[in-house]
Design a binder for this molecule. Structure first.
Ligand SMILES: *Cc1c(COP(=O)(O)O)cnc(C)c1O
Length: 349
């Protein structure tokens, strides 16, 4: 039923990928005059005059140890955003193919589709923010290449039912991408262990949220070796810089510290839920499996502007489908949350 070769764009199936100097020679040598680098060095002390490892093997090994996934099943992108965009470029013929999203959800699936001139079909979530499987099935046709599922979902903060996702994985012959950017804050299990079960599964994770490295730009895709090979074929040769690789390696040694932060953020989230719940202007706080809350308030725009005047910026999602009246609030530090609550207590219509 699932045929990766058939799913690929013709031009990508036939593509001869760029072969870099670092690809063609990987052994031991003393003199490297094969890549037109600056042989004298650089203004920086390190070996930044050299091109980085195009396959980031050391970083992948470190991720492999933490996640229990072999390095050949890992692709690294310049943020998840690159992992998203490359799937469009490899699988979707502009002006012909389509993809399905389940809004309200992360905006980049749609923006990236538009950049690539790919049609976006929308199976809006049900009122409980779960998949509308009937609508989804009706939207699929022979040109549907990708289905995007974000779990925990941004901006609704909930996890998507595992059984529903399994139904999509078992029945859709294209790629199912599960974006797990917030999985570390969730009570639910990742799909990362199911790669051998589903040849059409791509799991996205990122260093931007739980790992606290949004500035580094490092996204991860986990999939079958065949899908990772496609990623490697279409990626820019040196998409992850030497600096990023070095810093990521250092960070990956600190799993313990990251786990402590995750525990703290979850505790801060639960405290914030209790505190917000006591404010008269708060109508509803949706359950959260992430490091943010979707909060329905009286006069969302008014509250948003009131907070801005106090120098506090939250995300106004009140114009987004199913999110009328809602603000999306990231869990801050204890002090930041206290400032938020103080400002909200001072709000009057
Ligand atoms: C924040 C976020 C990401 C992270 O994107 P990066 O490019 O890795 O920073 C991915 N997906 C979702 C749903 C997000 O909210």
């Amino acid at each position: 039923m699932f045929n990766l070769d058939k799913l690929l764009r013709d031009n990508i199936r036939q593509l001869t990928p760029y072969s870099s100097a670092r690809d063609e020679f990987t052994g031991e040598a003393r003199v490297f005059i094969d890549a037109n680098e600056n042989s004298l060095g650089s203004p920086l002390t390190k070996w930044y005059n050299r091109y980085p490892d195009p396959h980031q093997w050391k970083v992948k090994e470190a991720i492999s140890k933490i996640k229990g996934i072999p390095p050949q099943h890992i692709f690294l992108g310049n943020g998840s955003d690159e992992c998203i965009d490359l799937l469009y470029r490899a699988f979707c013929v502009p002006g012909k193919d389509n993809v399905i999203i389940n809004p309200p959800t992360y905006g980049m699936y749609e923006v990236s589709a538009h950049i690539n001139d790919v049609e976006v079909r929308r199976a809006t979530l049900l009122d409980d923010f779960q998949l509308d499987l009937v609508h989804l099935e009706n939207l699929v046709d022979a040109n549907t290449k990708l289905i995007w599922i974000c779990s925990p979902n941004n901006p609704t903060a909930n996890s998507i039912d595992r059984q529903d996702i399994e139904i999509v994985l078992n029945n859709f012959p294209g790629l199912v991408i599960i974006d797990e950017a917030y999985i570390n804050f969730s009570r639910h299990k990742s799909f990362i262990q199911e790669l051998s079960e589903y040849p059409n599964l791509v799991v996205l994770q990122t260093m931007s949220k739980a790992w606290g490295l949004a500035g580094l730009r490092l996204g991860m895709a986990f999939a079958s070796e065949a899908i990772i090979d496609v990623y490697n074929k279409v990626k820019p040769p040196y998409n992850i810089s030497q600096a990023t690789q070095e810093l990521a390696l250092k960070a990956l040694e600190e799993v313990g510290q990251v786990n402590d932060m995750i525990r703290s953020l979850v505790a801060l989230r639960e405290q914030l839920i209790r505190d917000l719940g006591e404010l008269p202007l708060v109508r509803h706080i949706y359950p959260s499996d992430a490091n943010f809350l979707l909060v329905k308030v009286d006069d969302a725009r008014g509250v948003y502007e009131h907070l801005l005047r106090a120098g506090i910026v939250v995300r106004d999602r009140s114009k987004v489908e199913l999110c009328a009246g809602c603000l999306r609030i990231t869990v801050g530090t204890e002090k930041e949350n206290a400032e938020l609550l103080k400002s909200l207590r001072g709000w009057q219509v």
